[in-house]
Design a protein around this ligand. Structure first.
Ligand code: MG
Length: 262
């Protein structure tokens, strides 16, 4: 009888050790939260503002996404739309652009402003290069971005996303160690793997149509991000699909949903 008791205790110990061993893996398997255009949907913030970057960091978002374009005089600036207050970004000088106020009255930041503000923070910098006027312009922007990333020592904090296939192929060539994601949703995981080590960052509807792409991507060693997932039920769907990252305008809602599912 004492032996039986001993065996039972040993079994219990083994199960407990297995639980301890695999519990961190379980935690790691949860998707990571990326704040779309920063955490802007909150007081004092605005899309693509420095405040949105700081606020994304303050809620421990894995990453803060932002959009990069280029001014008439070749300065990299942060904004989503090609226009702000009637000024066409590609046809306006950086001096004028940085005098324009965002919705929270902060000035439009340059990429240098953004990188400076990121210094004391830990959130990853998820940089989207918008499709620019020519492939040459996109290649120029990539050279400038990579130069700055090196100067600031952000190699381990910087991830690159774009709808432009040219931009994606160009950065694969110039910086293959950068995590690179394609946004357009029209290429399969296999096609992306053939371009280089390019992950998927697709609208969640793409995964509703091709749910098998998540596993296919993982089998090929690729990561999967999805955007812009703002409703609880859509969040739950992509969590169940086992994506690696979720990009959202509602990072607190997503964080709380993930915490509650532990
Ligand atoms: Mg974007």
């Amino acid at each position: 009888m004492p032996n039986k008791k001993k065996q039972h205790t040993m079994k219990k110990n083994i199960l407990f050790n297995l639980f301890i061993l695999f519990f961190p893996i379980f935690l790691l398997a949860q998707p990571k939260v990326i704040a779309h255009r920063g955490f802007w949907n909150t007081k004092g913030s605005a899309q693509n503002s420095i405040a949105a970057l700081v606020k994304a960091d303050s809620i421990n978002a894995y990453g803060s996404e932002f959009d990069v374009q280029i001014s008439k005089d070749s300065v990299l600036v942060i904004n989503h739309d090609p226009h702000l207050w009637g000024y066409h970004i590609a046809k306006t000088s950086a001096e004028t652009l940085t005098s324009l106020g965002l919705a929270n009255r902060e000035a439009m930041p340059t990429l240098i402003d953004y990188f400076n503000a990121a210094k004391p923070l830990k959130t990853k910098l998820i940089l989207e290069l918008k499709s620019l006027e020519s492939p040459e312009m996109e290649s120029y922007a990539i050279d400038e971005i990579l130069k700055l990333v090196k100067e600031y020592g952000y190699e381990d904090r910087f991830e690159f996303i774009s709808f432009s296939l040219h931009a994606v192929k160009d950065i694969v060539k110039k910086s293959p160690s950068t995590p690179i994601y394609y946004l357009s949703g029209n290429l399969s995981p296999k096609e992306l793997k053939e371009i280089g080590n390019v992950g998927l960052d697709y609208h969640f509807n793409v995964f509703n149509k091709n749910p098998e792409w998540v596993k296919e991507a993982h089998d090929l060693g690729l990561k999967v991000n999805t955007w812009t997932v703002n409703k609880k039920e859509d969040m739950q769907k992509v969590i169940d699909l086992n994506v690696d990252f979720i990009t959202t305008d509602e990072p607190v809602l997503l964080r709380d949903l993930l915490n509650n599912s532990l």
